[in-house]
Write a new protein. Structure first.
Lengths: 254, 479
């Protein structure tokens, strides 16, 4: 494993030390060590079943790790519900299937959490919602239901929904895998824009173009381990392990 | 060179069938087999319908007010049904043995129910505030005209309390609109709730006397508690809350009496359609929330709660309703100390509520299982806690999915109220049977059964249409 954890001089915001996790007898995460600096953009890639989704889902406790330590913005994740709540306030998450609430309009999807979780007055929440809808370039969809929007639009609504909670960190769990090619670009554009604004981002994705242009570091995982991590330039052009080389040749060859 | 590509304009679809002839050909005579079935159906209707109509309507006896009217007619040509029987017995069918001078109270409670349901169940019809105002005034006006000024005043209070409460909630939360009552210190809130209840208690005692004071004090404390723990709620939400709290309280006061100068009418005088509606109505509004809690409990990962809910549901589903009612009326009193005595009707209500709660729990659990895991994950990732997530995100979706199943449960609950006859409560059907046994009116069983059946059908059909309305309303909003 490459030993350049916390390579940037900036302040650490996520610290993962010696994390292990099992699903039954299956060892999904093996001794993971990863440090993410504030404002850093990390792309995590790897074959399916390599544990990359599980890893980022451990960061907001959607999955519970069994060994090791995860600290997010100075708060260590334990079974303490209060801490989990604190961490989830700081961390937004995007899903492959968008997971918008289908029984509410786009605007309601955006305002519900600020109003009920952050106790924000409705009017303020609406203003905020429109501000982020503008930013993801779909203010005209405010009164539509998620089922009336295309996949790309839904994912952009999901991004806006996260942003309304004003997170410090965003996790992306294959945000473009369920989208048609023409829609992938509109979502990636928003993500690039977000990256430029200085958000700390961890993206599980197979969009290697995005990784090349945006990522500060690329992490390659296989069989529950981090095989190697490096800056995109070195990662794509001079991979250190044969496994990485094989993976890259397979996804880039066509 | 690049050429510009233009999509073809959409064409209207070719119309295949038009007019009545087209409809007939498509729906009734599309093949030889279907044509035969259509003709058979028509033949059956021609064979069965005219005799029935002749008996029920054309040759029936409508006039007169005693048995002799029907007997005289049967001698002659009018050999049809004797609806005089129903007409003469209408009072008993509707009110049971509720004393005649007090029957206006039953009327009043059901008129109020009709208006209250209209108010909450058809929100699209009554959305703007001024229409709600108008409805409140119409309801209060008609109550005042029909039953006197005090009932009119009660209706006025019922319809304008939501506005008052919403305004009060807004006033507490102040111009910034933050937290409101929920931001106050806990001891202060407890003191306000207790104080509100206490003041109400003392006021009622000093003006009207002991009876009913405790219930009203509890109600006031509940409202104060809601005002001080929840964040600002719209008048529409308050309307639902009042329907579930104030309305049952009023119905209890008015039907049972013994408070505020209303003479006491004990529950063994109750009967007929009004008893059916009391049993069905209170069964519906209590069984659904208990059912929701049981469904959540059965899906809970906490072993104690899970085991309790599973064993309750499996036990109740394993026994017939009749035996639950028997247990409630015969066994339950044996387990209590001698001087403690619950009302028989109350025991039946509790029995029915828990029985149907178990069935509804399973229907709702089916809906909960249909909600994708991603919905929970998205909510959790946004920082939602269990009860808020369930109340605002998961249950609204799950309940919409199970509207047909719940409507089924509501319908069978309504019809199963007839089983309270086994513990000696005379609902509509029980009263009809009792009326048949009257020596003066022997031989009119058909009329009594058809009347009872028709009344049940009207209520069931209304519930079923309402469920269709709800399904349509929520379905369109999804797509």
């Amino acid at each position: 494993m490459a030993d350049n954890n916390g390579q940037t001089g900036s302040e650490t915001i996520i610290d993962i030390v010696g994390v292990n996790k099992w699903f039954g007898d299956f060892h999904v995460l093996k001794e993971i060590n990863l440090r993410v600096g504030k404002g850093e953009k990390l792309v995590i890639c790897g074959p399916s079943g390599s544990g990359k989704s599980t890893l980022i889902r451990c960061i907001n406790r959607l999955e519970v790790h069994q060994k090791g330590r995860i600290t997010v913005d100075g708060i260590e994740l334990t079974n303490d519900v209060k801490r989990i709540d604190q961490v989830r306030r700081e961390v937004g998450m995007l899903f492959q299937n968008f997971n918008l609430f289908p029984h509410m309009t786009v605007l309601e999807n955006l305002t519900l959490s600020p109003v009920w979780i952050r106790k924000m007055p409705l009017k303020e929440a609406r203003d905020l919602a429109f501000q982020y809808l503008e930013r993801v370039k779909i203010p005209e969809l405010a009164d539509k239901y998620p089922g009336q929007c295309s996949g790309g639009q839904q994912q952009r609504v999901a991004i806006a929904r996260c942003l309304c909670m004003n997170p410090k960190i965003m996790l992306f769990d294959e945000p473009t895998s369920a989208l048609d090619p023409e829609m992938i670009k509109e979502v990636l554009d928003v993500m690039v824009d977000l990256a430029r604004s200085g958000m700390t981002m961890l993206c599980v994705t197979h969009e290697m173009g995005f990784a090349r242009t945006v990522a500060d570091r690329v992490v390659f995982m296989d069989a529950g381990e981090i095989v190697e991590e490096n800056d995109p330039e070195t990662f794509f052009n001079h991979p250190q392990y044969d496994r990485t080389q094989l993976f890259l040749s397979q996804i880039i060859s066509h | 060179m690049i050429r510009e590509w233009k999509p073809k304009p959409a064409q209207p679809s070719p119309i295949l069938e038009t007019g009545f002839g087209g409809w007939l050909a498509k729906n009734l005579f599309s093949s030889i087999g279907n044509s035969c079935l259509t003709l058979l159906g028509i033949a059956f209707l021609l064979w069965a319908l005219p005799p029935f109509l002749r008996w029920a309507i054309f040759d029936a006896n409508w006039g007169g007010d005693s048995r002799s009217a029907c007997d005289a007619a049967i001698e002659g040509v009018k050999t049809g049904a004797c609806w005089v029987f129903i007409k003469v017995r209408a009072g008993v069918f509707l009110y049971g043995f509720y004393p005649e001078p007090e029957r206006w109270r039953v009327d009043f409670i059901f008129v109020l129910l009709a208006f209250a349901l209209l108010q909450v169940l058809v929100p699209t019809l009554l959305h703007p505030t001024r229409r709600q105002f108008a409805l409140g005034l119409v309801a209060a006006g008609s109550a005042a005209a029909l039953f006197g000024l005090i009932p009119g005043g009660v209706v006025l209070l019922y319809f304008f309390l939501p506005f008052l409460l919403a305004w009060l909630a807004g006033w507490i939360s102040g111009p910034a609109g933050r937290g409101g009552g929920a931001e106050l210190a806990v001891p202060l809130r407890v003191a306000l709730v207790l104080g509100g209840g206490g003041v109400a208690y003392l006021l009622i005692i000093s003006f009207f006397g002991r009876e009913g004071a405790l219930a009203i004090a509890l109600f006031v404390a509940l409202l104060a508690g809601l005002l001080l723990t929840t964040r600002r709620m719209a008048a529409a939400t308050w309307r639902w809350i009042l329907l579930g709290t104030l309305y049952p309280l009023l119905a209890y006061f008015f039907l049972l009496g013994g408070v505020f100068g209303l003479p006491l009418v004990e529950t063994h005088f109750w009967g007929g359609l009004s008893l059916t509606l009391v049993v069905a109505g209170s069964g519906m509004i209590t069984a659904l929330p208990i059912g929701i809690l049981l469904a959540l409990g059965r899906r809970s990962r906490l072993p104690v709660i899970n085991t309790l809910c599973v064993s309750f549901i499996e036990f109740v589903r394993g026994v017939p309703l009749v035996s639950v009612l028997f247990m409630a009326s015969v066994m339950f009193p044996l387990l209590l100390p001698e001087n403690v005595n619950f009302d028989k009707l109350l025991r039946a209500l509790v029995g029915i509520a828990f029985f149907y709660a178990a069935y509804m729990a399973e229907v709702i659990r089916g809906g909960l299982q249909a909600i994708p895991k991603g919905q929970y994950e998205a909510a959790e990732a946004l920082g939602w806690t269990y009860w808020k997530m369930m109340g605002l995100i998961i249950l609204p979706q799950a309940l919409r999915l199970v509207i047909p199943g719940l409507a089924n449960n509501f319908l069978s609950l309504l019809k199963d109220t007839t089983l309270v006859a086994v513990i000696g409560l005379l609902d509509l059907l029980g009263i009809a049977k009792a009326a048949m046994a009257d020596v003066q009116w022997l031989g009119f069983t058909k009329e009594a059964y058809i009347f009872a059946g028709l009344v049940f059908w009207i209520f069931c059909f209304a519930i079923s249409r309402y469920s269709v309305y709800l399904e349509r309303k929520y379905h369109t909003s999804y797509q």
